[in-house]
Structures are given as structure tokens and as C-alpha cells.
Design a protein around this ligand. Structure first.
Ligand SMILES: Nc1ncnc2c1ncn2[C@@H]1O[C@H](COP(=O)(O)OP(=O)(O)O)[C@@H](O)[C@H]1O
Ligand SMILES: O=P(O)(O)OC[C@H]1O[C@](O)(COP(=O)(O)O)[C@@H](O)[C@@H]1O
Length: 307
């Protein structure tokens, strides 16, 4: 079974603004509202790909209720923990000449609520997959993901972590099965500009030396690189297409990788399925459905990607 944990779910409010001008009133041309947060997106795309998962995490207030409703409407199993103070965040995504995002901090999570999450995680068994994805409210320590993995260490659960900075670095000692930094996050981690694929590859290999199993580096329109657990490094350009909404592309990639791995049990297929799901989501308004992912997967053969 796959469990995703989103500490900080969101409603993603995506607006199109013709020419965004700061310091004045801007009017939207179009608005969309989706449930979001990294673990939730992974659960939704897994569901689209026919893989069952349970979405765990914390929700608060009227926005939290709406998120839960929409996650269930999307066909996912949800087992969220309500927290009493505040409300789940509304993340603003502005599409104009450039894409800008304002992501909220999220509500405070009490010790009691955290304890309830730990109780749920105690039910995980060997070979279950646990996806810890996204930011945490700033009232929690950045050891929270590593604390969870420490508790689960003896259960041999496969951990997937999509996080940034110390939150990510702290989990490496627990040998996560998969981490998925994007190239900007990789630059932040290593404190330097990464100019070409060989530098990105070196950083991915360093993260493996630090304890990660598979390191999947996404590079938006420049494709992706996988330093696989078995020592092979795969690289692929991104498939060509018109980007419609790239929010959730990275999460779709994580879902695609897992679905591909579970189906084919090899890293090459998992890698290409990850790229296909990521790009298929970037090319659609909503998170990609299976037929679009399959179409993009086929097109990867044409660009010298998948053999
Ligand atoms: N402009 C794009 N063109 C084609 N594919 C894209 C584009 N943006 C994202 N993708 C696909 O989605 C994957 C994840 O995107 P990325 O933006 O790197 O992740 P994140 O959302 O985590 O920053 C990429 O590796 C690629 O396969
Ligand atoms: O928890 P964070 O890092 O603030 O990210 C949350 C945001 O990321 C998303 O999960 C999208 O992530 P990706 O574009 O990286 O796939 C949104 O749904 C959400 O608004």
C-alpha cells in the first residue's frame, strides 16, 4: 500500500492575469481552483494511473474541508487529521508573462495531532511505500520527516521524500528509496550554480553517497536525470508540448515513477513513466490522466529517450 503524507495541504488558486503589475489593481482573465499540496497531488495522479493510495495529512478550517471533499471526489482514499487552529492555506499561482507563486505557511499542528499521525503510521508494514512530500508549517522542526523515518526504520518501509533544504538532508541517513529535488533545489542544497548535466549528475551521486537510494532530478523543460540505486544514471530531454499548467508536474513525476516501478520493477521504466506523467500534467490544465501519460510516454521514443 502507498501512503502519502501532506503536512501542508492547499487549495491552489490559479489565476491568469494579462500583464501583472505590482502596486496596482490587477484583474484576472480566468480562475481555477484545485486541491493541492505535494502528497495529495501524488495520490491523485497515482489514482489516475490505477494505483491505490491513502492520502494522510493535516487539514484545518473551511479550506481544509474543501480540500478533503475534492480529494475524495477525485477518487482517492483520504484519512486526514483535523487540526483546531487556523485554516489550510490557499496557494496563489499567477500566470502572466511569467509564472509566480505565493505559497502560504499553513496552520499550526499541535503535538496531539502529530501523535495521531504517528499512530496511523504505526500500521505501515514492510514494503509499504510512504511518501513525505512538501513543506511543513514553520512551527514544526525540520527534523520532522527524519523523526518519522527513524520511528519506521525497523519496518523496512520504502520512503519517498520530496522536500527541500534541511528537511531533505536530515532524512538521507535513513536511506530513502527515492528523493526528487528539482535542479533549483539541488543548487540550493549544494550552494552553487549547476551549469551543465555533468554537474547535476555529480550532485545526484553525492546525495547517494549521503544515503539516498534513487535520486531523480527534475529540470522542468530540460527533462530529468535519475541516479538509480543500481548504479546506472539515466538522462532524458523533456518531451515537447505546449505547457498549460506546470503546477503539480513534479508531484506527477513522483507518482509516475512509483506507478512505473510497481508495474515493471525496474528503474528505467520508472524513470520514463515519471517524465511522461510530469510532462503530461504540464501539458494539461489539471493533473494528467492515464491516456495522456501513455501518449507522452510513446512520444519519448521519438526523442531518443525510451528505447
Ligand atoms: N516546460 C515543460 N516542458 C515539458 N515537460 C515539463 C515542463 N515542465 C515540467 N515538465 C515535466 O515535469 C517534470 C517535473 O517538472 P519540474 O518543474 O522540474 O518539477 P517541480 O514541479 O518539482 O519543480 C519534468 O522533469 C518534465 O518531465
Ligand atoms: O508545500 P510547498 O512546498 O509549499 O508546495 C505546495 C505546492 O506545490 C504543489 O504541490 C505543486 O508542486 P509541484 O509543482 O512541485 O509538483 C502545489 O499543489 C502546492 O500549492
Amino acid at each position: 500500500m502507498i501512503y502519502t503524507v501532506t503536512f501542508n495541504p492547499s487549495l491552489d488558486y490559479i489565476v491568469n492575469v494579462k500583464q501583472l503589475k505590482l502596486g496596482t489593481v490587477n484583474r484576472t482573465e480566468r480562475e481555477l481552483l484545485f486541491p493541492g499540496g505535494k502528497g495529495i497531488n501524488v495520490s491523485i495522479v497515482l489514482n489516475h494511473l490505477g494505483v491505490e493510495s491513502t492520502a494522510l495529512g493535516f487539514i484545518a478550517g473551511f479550506t481544509g474541508e474543501e480540500i478533503e471533499k475534492r480529494v475524495i471526489q477525485a477518487g482517492c482514499k483520504a484519512d486526514f487529521i483535523p487540526v483546531e487552529t487556523g485554516w489550510s492555506r490557499i496557494n496563489l499561482k499567477i500566470r502572466s508573462d511569467e509564472e509566480s507563486e505565493i505559497n502560504g505557511r499553513g496552520p499550526e499542528i499541535s503535538g496531539q495531532a502529530l501523535q495521531r499521525l504517528y499512530e496511523k503510521l504505526e500500521l505501515l508494514k514492510k514494503d509499504d511505500i510512504l511518501v513525505l512530500a512538501g513543506s511543513i508549517p514553520n512551527t514544526l522542526p525540520d527534523t520532522i520527516y527524519s523523526d518519522i523515518l527513524k520511528r519506521l526504520a525497523s519496518e523496512k518501509v520504502k520512503a519517498v521524500v520530496d522536500a527541500t533544504g534541511e528537511l531533505l538532508v536530515n532524512v538521507l541517513q535513513f536511506h530513502p528509496f527515492l528523493i526528487k529535488p528539482n535542479h533549483h533545489e539541488l543548487e540550493e542544497l549544494f550552494g552553487k550554480k549547476l551549469r551543465d548535466k555533468s554537474e547535476i549528475r555529480d550532485c545526484a551521486l553525492k546525495l547517494q553517497d549521503m544515503g539516498a537510494g534513487n535520486v531523480l532530478v527534475s529540470m522542468a523543460g530540460d527533462g530529468a536525470l535519475l541516479a538509480a540505486e543500481d548504479g546506472t544514471v539515466y538522462e532524458s530531454p523533456a518531451p515537447e508540448g505546449k505547457v498549460v499548467n506546470s503546477v503539480g508536474a513534479g508531484d506527477s513525476m513522483v507518482a509516475g515513477f512509483l506507478a512505473g516501478y510497481l508495474e515493471k520493477q525496474n528503474y528505467e521504466d520508472a524513470f520514463y513513466m515519471g517524465i511522461a506523467a510530469g510532462s503530461a500534467s504540464a501539458f494539461s490544465e489539471q493533473l494528467a490522466e492515464k491516456p495522456e501519460v501513455q501518449r507522452v510516454l510513446k512520444s519519448l521514443r521519438g526523442i531518443g529517450g525510451k528505447k
